[in-house]
Design a protein around this ligand. Sequence first.
Ligand code: GLU
Length: 490
Amino acid sequence: MSVRVRFAPSPTGFLHVGGARTALYNHLHARRLGGVFILRIEDTDAARSTPESLAAIFDSLRWLGLTWDEGPEAGGAHGPYFQSQRGEHYQAHARTLIAANAAYPCYCTPEELEARREAQAARGEPPRYDGRCRGLDAAGRARLAAEGRTAALRFALPGPGETAWDDTVRGRVAFRNEVLDDFVLMRSDGLPTYNYACVVDDHAMEISEVIRGDDHISNTPRQILIYQALGWTPPTFAHVPMILGSDGSRLSKRHGATSVAAYRDLGFLPEALVNFLALLGWSFDGQRELFTLAELEQAFRLERVGSNPAVFNLEKLEWMNGQHLKRLSEEERVRRVDAFLAARGYDPAAHPPEWRALLVRAIGDRLKTLADAEGYGRFALREALEVDPEAWATLREKPEVGPRLAALGDRLAADPEYSLESLERLTRGLAAELQIKAGDLMSAARVALTGRRVAPGLFEVMALLGKERAAARLRDAAARWAEESPHAQV
Ligand code: GLU
């Protein structure tokens, strides 16, 4: 049988990293086995589904490189791929279920159901439907309908027994039917419930393996029972473990960013996020950690996904991002930095390509995320200098710093060559003349030029600023030192 898998998000929010991992595992499984990856939109909740969320999901999936073979905008022979457009399928199979006595109309109102649930809770019983509409005959139904009640459709649970499956990740999973109840298939407004629509669509789309988060485990026995009632063979199931935050609780906003788009905006590469998400639950050989998407498409094995929850470790993601940045050619790294800075409102055309390449080269291995380009490059990207008060305090407390910075500013202004080599030569030359350590002069100049103590190499900093700006900043720092330092002559 050919491999057909699907990712089935509800467009009610951004693409969460957990959803992205589910999409990734489906994508990888399909790619390795030459199968088909389908995107299906579960938008039956009209009130919560939004076009913005849909666009954000498409956008994030494409940014990650997880393109789908069938689905919205891709087409395919099993559409439509929006559940909101598949009403007739749900209606048709509902008729089959009713005819087979596997489903029945239920006229209980939400208020009645709620009152009964409260009574059950008061008796310490689990909430379950009491089955009272199951035994209605035609006359009973007609009487309730005449009261103006509209019917939902409930599944008629078969008798006691066990519903089980061999989960690709978790092994054999079994539920006693007694823990279930006659659950709703179609609401009284005619819309299908998740479990019902999911089965109808997975069957119609010929899904061979359902790969999804293990928060759906308790839905699976219900879905299998629906397959059985319709005489269909269920797909295999693989329930992947949930993702935890650093404190061991389920990953949520409390732990920081949870959407794919937020990680993009924080300066992470799609390559790194894909690599990181792949390893949340799966390992290759317990050793190797760095993979491109193409490599994952070869290496991934669903059978090697573990059942233990995976912890989202931000430091690890940052490390991985640094590794993937290093692997890019300098040209590509510059391109990514440019795009990131442009999205942050900087005009890439404000500087020539060589300047932008020098910025990236100057930051070097300090570039762990694309946002570091902004952090380390701010001194040159912005006209106004932001000065870290602590860094300034160290300058202010040092004797003789002001006149030295002024002298360095004069030398820069008078340098006809203004290259990395000449800047280094004249800085070291000045330190020698002043009989001070070059390092001392350089660290003072670094604060004067960047406003920070930690910055890219000094001569690159000077080159990035250009002669005028660099000389002016050194002189400005000298003037400020003369005003504020206890060592300044009055
Ligand atoms: N719409 C469901 C969700 O987003 C899909 C679950 C499934 O894959 O069956 O959780």
